[in-house]
Design a binder for this molecule. Structure first.
Ligand code: NCD
Length: 299
């Protein structure tokens, strides 16, 4: 059943419709558009923001929510296959929101169920609803998404939010994307080969920071490293501090999907360019819009 597995499942027009719908939700009393529906939140991997924002979104729309976080609590711990777990969720619910540590898990799930599957993060692959939040924040701040210079900083190799954002930007016309990372965390070739807009890989943020309109900072994805020592070598290899922010354009913005560890100095939070908490606040209305799109039209 079609759902939202990759950001490629949405055209520019689909995204713009979601953004316009989300705008309307910002100041409106929620309507019970999903009343009588059951949303299942199948989070095989830890999450706070994403889980709670989907739960809040579903409840505001009048849906019932069932769900779990972590594999220990459910029968996967007894050896149940993903396919069987998904078939069970299909019987109980109208829409399945899923997070999993394996790349491709959401796609796999969407093949074994007739209910729409929303990918809430699959391994180091994609996280499309986060990209909607990211692009919506850009649009709110600039009024548009085209013609901006993006700087993606940090763990571009393992962060799924980076893959979805780089892919999502293909539907727009970015002026340029700087991919700023230490060499071991460089973006994956197969993603770069897909891009249809100019990009440049750089190692040092200060070389390009003055040109960037949107600085997108990522956490080092410790849980995805195959080798602990590799993680130790890179774990403090970049940091956004006041000195770096000072070199940014006055109207630039700084985004981060959160959670943050040490990659943004907390003193940056007070700078008016820091928009990551504003960005997080769009999690609920964007996800309401997504749940209605897939839960009402298709169910
Ligand atoms: C992101 C994720 O899970 O990929 N978090 C989120 O959904 N807000 C980013 C991260 O964990 O670094």
């Amino acid at each position: 059943m079609p759902g939202l597995v990759s950001i490629y499942d949405l055209t520019r027009q689909d995204m713009e419709e979601i953004f316009e719908d989300t705008e309307k939700r910002l100041n409106a009393q929620p309507r019970k558009e999903l009343s009588g529906k059951i949303v299942s939140l199948a989070f095989f991997e830890p999450s706070t923001r994403t889980y709670l924002s989907f739960e809040t979104a579903a409840k505001k729309l009048g849906a019932e929510v069932i769900g779990f976080t972590g594999e220990e609590a459910i029968s996967v711990a007894k050896g149940e296959s993903l396919a069987d777990t998904v078939r069970m969720l299909e019987n109980y619910s109208d829409i399945i929101v899923m997070r999993h540590r394996f790349d491709g898990a959401a796609k796999f799930a969407s093949r074994v169920t007739s209910k729409p599957v929303i990918n809430a993060g699959d391994g180091k692959h994609e996280h499309p609803t986060q990209t909607l939040i990211d692009l919506f924040t850009v649009r709110r701040n600039f009024g548009f998404i085209d013609n901006l210079t993006f700087g993606l900083l940090g763990d571009l190799k393992y962060a799924r939010v980076v893959n979805s954002l780089l892919r999502g930007l293909k539907a727009f016309r970015p002026k340029l994307a700087y991919l700023i990372s230490p060499e071991p965390l460089a973006a994956r070739r197969e993603i770069l080969e897909e891009l249809n807009y100019p990009y440049r890989e750089v190692r040092e943020p200060h070389e390009v920071i003055g040109e960037v309109d949107v600085l997108y900072v990522t956490r080092i994805q410790k849980e995805r490293f195959v080798d602990e020592q590799e993680y130790e070598r890179v774990k403090e290899s970049y940091k956004v501090d006041l000195k770096l922010v000072e070199q940014m354009k006055k109207d630039a913005i700084i985004l981060h999907a959160l959670p943050r560890v040490q990659e943004i100095d907390r003193r940056v939070d007070k700078d008016k360019r820091a928009k990551y908490f504003e960005q997080a606040s769009y999690g609920v209305p964007i996800r309401m819009s997504v749940l209605v799109k897939y839960g009402v039209e298709k169910a």
